[in-house]
Design a protein. Sequence first.
Lengths: 261, 256
Amino acid sequence: MSSVRVFFIGGLLSYRSLFNWLSPWILVPSLIVSPICQVLLFAYIGRGAGVGNDQFFVVGNALSYAAIPCLFAMGATVEGERWSQTLGLILSTPARRIPLFLGRSLPVILNGWCVALVGIGAGMLLLHVTIPASSWPSLMLVLVVASASCTGLGLAMGAIALRMRQGAVISNVAFCVLLVFTGVNVPVALLPDWMAHVAGWLPLTHGIEAARATARGATIGSVSGLLGRELAIGVLYAGVGLCLLNYFETDSRRRATLERT
Amino acid sequence: MRVLHQLWTCYWLQLKVISTSWFDGVLAVFFPLMFATAALMVYQIRNDPAQMQYAGLGAAIMGMWTCQGVVAASLLSRERGAGTLELLVATPTSMTRILVPTTLALSTIGLYCVIATLLWERWVFGLHLAIDSWGLFVVAVLFTALTLALFGFFLSVTAVRYRVSWALGAALEYPGWLLCGFVVPLALLPAWTHPLSWAIPTTWGMAAVRDSAAGTSPWRHLALCAAVGLVYCAVAAVLGRVLVDSARRHASLALR
């Protein structure tokens, strides 16, 4: 029961207190203006280059930007605690680590999902992209899975922030890697072989492909394989993140470097 | 002579601080480089040499916007966070003479970004940009960097009361990339956005860079670039005094 409470209540409290982007002065420019502008930027690049169509770029970039809250918020769960000087207190509690850290990911997944919807909604309003009404339930599910997968990577980034001070830099680098490798603007089939191989092991790659298919009218059953792979990759990264958290926590205790900033 | 010494000291000190920062020095180069890569990958699908030349030139310059815009908007907030804003305001040296060398240091990082992107384009994309006049090209790039520093000065001053101005700076990144015509022809954008583009000196700087590469005279666009940059500088100098005086009068300079 205690673990369930830590998972839900602790996760929500942590998100509200540590993800300071919830202030409207940050939220509006960072999670509303920027995703819309990224969607517009690449849609117009596509028009300028004469390749793809607006829907291709809108779906890809809306999902790409959903990675921002997923990566940054999970990093903030560790770095924010350190800056608040509560990291030591949190890690000295007997609370089980899996509900403690996974609980923090639930609000983040919801946040990523909302950001993706903002990007797609803006694309529909500003670029007149059409997505059939029948596709929306499937698309919504795909967006949730892609956000969850990115949050798994975010958890790994958060674990690294336990050792490195530059959490924001790490998250930005991860975001850039996802932008270039996961077929956000160029189909994975057109990428060089080594990039396509790397893409297969990154979150978003299969999610974006599934989202594009559902936006074109594919059923959820026809993209279930892609969704399964996307979810599996997210679980893999979350598992790596939890292992890294465990290792870095133990190591930090041994070296007395937990609060080093 | 003392003014020059102060300007140089401020510039050099800030350049050392910024260039050794992971966020301002390294990420400010890496982030636009990756977006330039993404843009070039889209253009590379058709592999039209004229389009690649267009995108390659724009991608090289777009990093300058990131280096300036994102950091300049939060310059005074950072001083506030470090507890040094009051000291800067209290010195007899004007804010203009403190902030302009700082934004010039940011532009210097932007120049590094230009060189890094040009080399990246050559090594990774095999893109050999056709530059008709390297002399004029360098002049146009330097001019763009200089006027962007003046625009950065304007940004830093106007955001003095915006406590989380880094978010404003980050939000300006994509609109700047769109409006300045780096990798998207301005003619493709809606007509109502054109005046916004004309109001940014970098738009004219980018046009001058393209002129110099194409072998046409860049001087008209450089003159417009300088004119717009100087307007921002003049407005920022006045605004800086007004906003800082207001903050001192209301004792709100250090409020977070």
